[in-house]
Design a protein around this ligand. Structure first.
Ligand SMILES: [Ca+2]
Length: 497
C-alpha cells in the first residue's frame, strides 16, 4: 500500500466541501509520493472572476523543480481532470491556456516542465541532463501523478476521467504520455506534435532555415518573390479540391514544379523563377536530404504554406529561425546533442551527411515516434491528433508518416480508428491561424468519444471573425458566440491517401 493513502484518508474524514483550500497545504504524504515527491508552496481560494468559477489555486513543485499549478473548482466540479500542455521550450506554467476548461468545470493543471525561462531560451538545458529528462518526459508524468492525488484529497474522490490537451510541444507531451505512460490519461488531444524535437523537427528547421541562403549567406528569395510563388501555386492548385477559396485542401495533390514558371534562359521576370530560386524552392518543398539525396525527414513545406515562410525562413535580415533568440540557435546550443556545443556554436556548422545520426542520443529522451500504442488502447484510451496543412514549424508529412505507421502497427486503418484519429486541417498553420478554419472544440469531441463512445468522424472547424494570435490567449470558449465566427467547415478524420 502506498504510504500516502491512509494519510489522505485522515484528511478526508473532514466533510469534503467544508475542507477549505488552504487545508490542502496540510495534506500529509505528498513529500513521499512515490516517484513524484511533491511540495506545495501555496493554496488560495479564488473568487468568481472573468467568467471563471470560484476555485482553489494550488501551486507547488515535484522534486527537484518541476513547477505546476492546479486549479480546483470549488462548486460544480465536473468530476474530471484536464492537463494542459506547454509550447516551445516551455519554462512557464501556462494556466491561462486552460481557463476554458476550468470554466467547463474541469480541475485543470499545467506545468513548467522543470525549468523557468522564456519559451525559446535553452540555457537551462546546457549540460543539464536531469532538466532535459524533465522536459522530455518526466515532468508531464509526475505532475499528473501529483495532480490526481491532490484532486482526490480535495474532493474526496478520484477524478472520473483524466484528459490531456496540448499543441506543438504540448502535442509531443500528449504522444509521449500515450506511448510511455498510458495509464495517465483516458483521452489525449495532441495538436501539431513536435514528434522528435531533437530529431526530424530540428533537421527540418536547420535545413529550411538554410535553404534560402547562398554560399555567402545572402538571401536568394525575397519576401516579394515568395508572394509571387504563392500566387502561382494558388493559381495552379487552389481548385484541385473543387473550391477556389485560397486554400488547398490536400496540398499533396499540388505539383509545385508544374505550378511554377521556370525562366529558363530568359531573364528573370515577375512571372517566372530563376534556377537559383527554384533550387531554394526545391529545398523548402522537398525537405532535408543528405548530399546523396537520401531523405532525412518525410517531407518539407506544403504548397499553400508560403504565407508562413516570411520571416521564418525568408526574411530581409535573414531567416528568423536563425536569429540568436530563434529556435534553431536554442535547439542547437543545448538540446540536440548529447554533449552540448554551447552558445558559441552555430547550426551553420551542422553537416547533413555527418551529423544526423548523432541526434539519436538525445532522441531517445525526446522522441514521440513510437507507433506501438497497444497499452494505451487496451486501457481504453482515445487519441485525437490534429495538424495544420500549412504548418511550417513542423512538417505535416511527418505527422502523416507517424499516423500511417500507427495504423500499420495497430492492425490496420479500421482497427486504429477505434482509438486514434488524425485530422488534417486545410489552410491552418502551426496550431492555429491561417486562411482555414483553425478553431475546433476538440475537448468536446474527446469527451463524447471517451464518455459516450461517440467517435469523431467529422469535426466542425470555425474560422474566427477575429484571428487568434500565435499562442492566442485566452483560448476561445465553447459554445462560441455567433458573432465570433466568420464561417465554418467540416473536416473528416484522415483515413489515408
Ligand atoms: Ca481550394
Amino acid at each position: 500500500m502506498m504510504r500516502w493513502l491512509p494519510l489522505i484518508g485522515v484528511f478526508l474524514a473532514a466533510p469534503v466541501w467544508s475542507a477549505d483550500c488552504e487545508a490542502l497545504l496540510a495534506v500529509d504524504g505528498l513529500l513521499e509520493l512515490p516517484d513524484a515527491p511533491t511540495n506545495l508552496t501555496a493554496a488560495a481560494s479564488i473568487e468568481v472572476d472573468g467568467g471563471l468559477p470560484a476555485h482553489c489555486r494550488v501551486q507547488g513543485y515535484v522534486a527537484p523543480q518541476v513547477g505546476f499549478e492546479l486549479r480546483l473548482p470549488t462548486a460544480d466540479w465536473n468530476g474530471k481532470l484536464l492537463m494542459q500542455g506547454c509550447g516551445g521550450l516551455c519554462g512557464a506554467i501556462s494556466s491561462a491556456a486552460c481557463d476554458d476548461a476550468l470554466a467547463r468545470g474541469y480541475a485543470v493543471v499545467a506545468t513548467d516542465m522543470g525549468h523557468q525561462g522564456p519559451a525559446f531560451q535553452s540555457l537551462w538545458a546546457l549540460d543539464n541532463l536531469p532538466a532535459e529528462i524533465d522536459f522530455a518526459y518526466r515532468a508531464t508524468h509526475v505532475v499528473t501523478v501529483a495532480a490526481k492525488v491532490l484532486v482526490e484529497a480535495f474532493y474526496g474522490r478520484a477524478a472520473s476521467r483524466s484528459y490531456f490537451r496540448g499543441c506543438s510541444t504540448g502535442g509531443r507531451q500528449g504522444l509521449v504520455e500515450a506511448q510511455r505512460f498510458p495509464e495517465d490519461f483516458d483521452g489525449i488531444i495532441a495538436g501539431a506534435p513536435v514528434l522528435d524535437e531533437t530529431g526530424t523537427a530540428a533537421l527540418h528547421l536547420i535545413w529550411s532555415g538554410r535553404a534560402n541562403l547562398d554560399a555567402q549567406g545572402r538571401a536568394i528569395l525575397t519576401p516579394a518573390r515568395v508572394d509571387a510563388v504563392r500566387a502561382q501555386i494558388l493559381a495552379a492548385c487552389d481548385d484541385i479540391d473543387g473550391r477556389r477559396d485560397g486554400i488547398i485542401d490536400d496540398p499533396r495533390r499540388c505539383r509545385w514544379r508544374r505550378a511554377l514558371n521556370d525562366c529558363g534562359t530568359s531573364e528573370l521576370r515577375v512571372d517566372c523563377f530563376s534556377a537559383a530560386e527554384l533550387q531554394v524552392l526545391d529545398y523548402l518543398y522537398e525537405g532535408a536530404r543528405t548530399s546523396t539525396g537520401r531523405r532525412l525527414v518525410p517531407g518539407g513545406l506544403m504548397p499553400g504554406s508560403e504565407y508562413e515562410w516570411v520571416p521564418y525562413f525568408v526574411g530581409r535580415d535573414g531567416p528568423a529561425v536563425f536569429h540568436p533568440d530563434g529556435p534553431i540557435k536554442q535547439l542547437y546550443q543545448a538540446l540536440i546533442f548529447f554533449r552540448d556545443p554551447g552558445p558559441g556554436h552555430s547550426a551553420a556548422e551542422f553537416d547533413f551527411d555527418r551529423d544526423p545520426p548523432r541526434l539519436a542520443l538525445m532522441e531517445t529522451l525526446y522522441s514521440a515516434r513510437n507507433p506501438d500504442l497497444r497499452r494505451f488502447r487496451e486501457r481504453g484510451g482515445k487519441l485525437i491528433i490534429y495538424q495544420g496543412w500549412d504548418d511550417v514549424e513542423v512538417t505535416p508529412l511527418n505527422i502523416i508518416d507517424y499516423f500511417e505507421t500507427v495504423q500499420r502497427t495497430m492492425g490496420g486503418r479500421e482497427s486504429a480508428r477505434e482509438f486514434a484519429r488524425l485530422f488534417m486541417m486545410p489552410g491552418v498553420a502551426h496550431c492555429r491561424r491561417g486562411p482555414g478554419a483553425d478553431t475546433v472544440d476538440w475537448l468536446g469531441y474527446l469527451e463524447r468519444w471517451v464518455e459516450q463512445g461517440d467517435a469523431p468522424d467529422l469535426v466542425t472547424a470555425h474560422h474566427l471573425a477575429k484571428e487568434q494570435t500565435y499562442l492566442g490567449l485566452p483560448r476561445p470558449r465553447f459554445p462560441l458566440p455567433a458573432n465570433a465566427v466568420a464561417w465554418t467547415r467540416n473536416i473528416a478524420a484522415y483515413s489515408g491517401r
